[in-house]
Structure formats: structure tokens, C-alpha cells
Design a binder for this molecule. Structure first.
Ligand code: PDD
Length: 288
């Protein structure tokens, strides 16, 4: 079980991995990132994650190193860390610059890759489900820091998770958009089974287009599970759902059995959640 960091072109131990205090990632959260997991020791959906990294960078006008360089650095760092399963964080900052907000004042992007053991939820969490808390912190407006961009500026999400943990020790925070619709978790997308239909907030609500979310939607359609990306999902609808689950690269599909202290459905992961979990695991098994 080890952690290795690829920084400024070399691989080092965590204690030697340092960035300049003038790096704009440190000063302003002026960076983009992705978290990719391995399954059976191989990267799962790396192409989709690196595509999203490119889209995020494009939106911020941030120049990325060539894709082959990023892919090579990821592979080398995974090998150097030598874990059975890895969590890979790919970060590209706009680099160091003078104290000048103007993004044009820095044009030497810094690539950092952190590889650590995959970790993630325990078998008990998958078996029993986790708790979430719908918090008062609002998801960023798409016209401000667009949630579709996976930038290093995560303070909004940090505050949301802090509120959930303080209030009830909940595992994940659920943020609503400014119009009151449920949006997503602090680091996950959310699905709910309501009146026999699987619903998840549509991208227009102002969320991250999760790679796992997209795969789950395709799986649900393939399994003829009625599903819809909805323009509005009320917090009361979520609270009354028969099943709820979260999705993200490291977690896959994680059942939710408590919302704001109230039990979801029968208090156990439901049949649709279990069916999709099996299908998702099979997909990951096949494609890695
Ligand atoms: N987060 N929504 C937000 C706000 C996220 O940060 C993430 C992922 C997701 C799920 O996206 P995906 O299925 O592509 O992993 C949704 C990762 C885990 C992170 O912050 O490290």
C-alpha cells in the first residue's frame, strides 16, 4: 500500500511532492482535475475521464500537456506505487505566476499525478447503504463556477460536506441548485427511484456530467429500467424515494438508505439498485 506522486516530470514519495506557493492551483484553485479508479489493476473509463479533463481545461482556457504525456505519466506512477487497485488523481494547474489574477500571466501548466490505494466504501456500506444530508449550501450557478467544469476550486463542495458531517455525521452531502432542485452530491451524482422510474437531475440543473452517471444511464436503458434525466427533482421527492444511490468513479454505485435522518424505502439497498450494481460491476469486469 503506497502513494507515489508524479510532479514536474519525476516520480517521488508523498513527502517530497511539493508545489510552489506561487502556483495558481494553490492560490486560486486555478486548475482542473480528474479522479480515475482501477478495476482488476487496470484503469476504468480513463478515456472518458481524460476527455472531460480536456473539456474542463478548454472551458477555463487552460493549456494541457499532450494527452500521451499525461497517459504515460499515469501509467508510470501506477507502476511505481504498485498497489493492487489504485485511485489516480490527475491535476493540471495553470502553473506559477505573479500575484496577478489575469490567467494570461501564467502559461506553464503543471501536471501532478497522485496514485494511492483505491480505498472507497467498505463492503458494509455497499450492503447496508449510507446516509446523506440535503444541505443548505447551494450548488454553484452554471454562470459562476460551472459545476460541469471539474476544477480544483472545490470550496463550495467542501463546505457542503462539512455541513452534512456536522449536522448528522452523514456520509455525503446533497446540494440543491439555486432553483431548489436537487443537483448532486459533494463528490458524486445522485439517482432516485420514484414511482417505478429511475430519475437523476439533468445536466441543465447544473451538475458534473459524471462518467459513472452516464454509464449507469446506459445500463438502465439497456436493462429496460424506466429512467429519466429530470429538469427538476424536489428535495421532498428525494426524501420520499423508494431507492436512492450515489455514483462516482471510486464508489461505482453506492446505495443510500437514510436521507436527513429518515429511512429510504425498506431501509436496505433496493432491487433496482442491486440490479444496476451487478450490471455495473459486470461492465467494469468486461472492459478492464
Ligand atoms: N468526484 N459530482 C461531483 C461534484 C464530483 O466531484 C464527482 C466525482 C462526481 C462523479 O463523477 P464521476 O462518476 O465521473 O467520478 C459527481 C471525484 C470522485 C472526486 O472528487 O475525486
Amino acid at each position: 500500500m503506497s502513494i507515489r506522486v508524479h510532479i514536474d516530470g519525476r516520480i517521488c514519495l508523498p513527502e517530497d511532492a511539493k508545489v510552489s506557493v506561487f502556483d495558481r492551483g494553490f492560490l486560486y484553485g486555478d486548475s482542473v482535475y480528474e479522479t480515475i479508479a482501477t478495476v482488476h489493476g487496470r484503469l476504468f473509463a480513463a478515456g472518458e475521464h481524460l476527455d472531460r479533463l480536456e473539456r474542463s481545461a478548454q472551458r477555463l482556457g487552460l493549456r494541457l500537456p499532450p494527452r500521451a504525456e499525461i497517459e504515460g505519466a499515469i501509467a508510470q506512477t501506477i507502476t511505481a506505487a504498485g498497489n493492487a487497485e489504485s485511485r489516480v488523481r490527475v491535476v493540471v494547474t495553470r502553473g506559477a505566476g505573479l500575484f496577478d489574477l489575469d490567467p494570461a500571466s501564467a502559461d506553464d501548466p503543471r501536471l501532478v499525478i497522485i496514485v494511492q490505494p483505491r480505498g472507497g466504501p467498505t463492503p458494509e456500506m455497499y450492503a447496508n447503504g449510507v446516509s446523506v444530508e440535503i444541505v443548505s449550501v447551494t450548488r454553484n450557478l452554471p454562470g459562476a463556477i460551472d459545476p460541469a467544469v471539474k476544477s480544483g476550486n472545490y470550496l463550495n463542495n467542501v463546505l457542503a460536506l462539512g455541513e452534512a458531517r456536522r449536522r448528522s455525521g452523514a456520509y455525503e452531502a446533497i446540494l440543491c441548485a439555486a432553483n431548489g432542485s436537487v443537483a448532486e452530491g459533494s463528490s458524486s451524482n445522485v439517482f432516485a427511484l420514484i414511482a417505478g422510474q429511475l430519475r437523476t437531475p439533468a445536466l441543465q440543473v447544473g451538475i458534473l456530467a459524471g462518467v459513472t452517471r452516464d454509464k449507469v444511464l446506459r445500463l438502465a436503458r439497456g436493462l429496460s429500467i424506466p429512467c429519466d434525466e429530470v429538469a427538476f427533482l424536489g428535495p421532498d421527492e428525494l426524501r420520499g424515494a423508494d431507492e436512492i444511490f450515489l455514483t462516482s468513479a471510486v464508489r461505482g454505485i453506492l446505495p443510500v438508505t437514510t436521507v436527513n435522518g429518515a429511512q429510504v424505502g425498506h431501509g436496505k439497498p433496493g432491487p433496482i439498485t442491486r440490479r444496476l450494481t451487478d450490471a455495473y460491476r459486470a461492465l467494469a469486469h468486461e472492459t478492464t
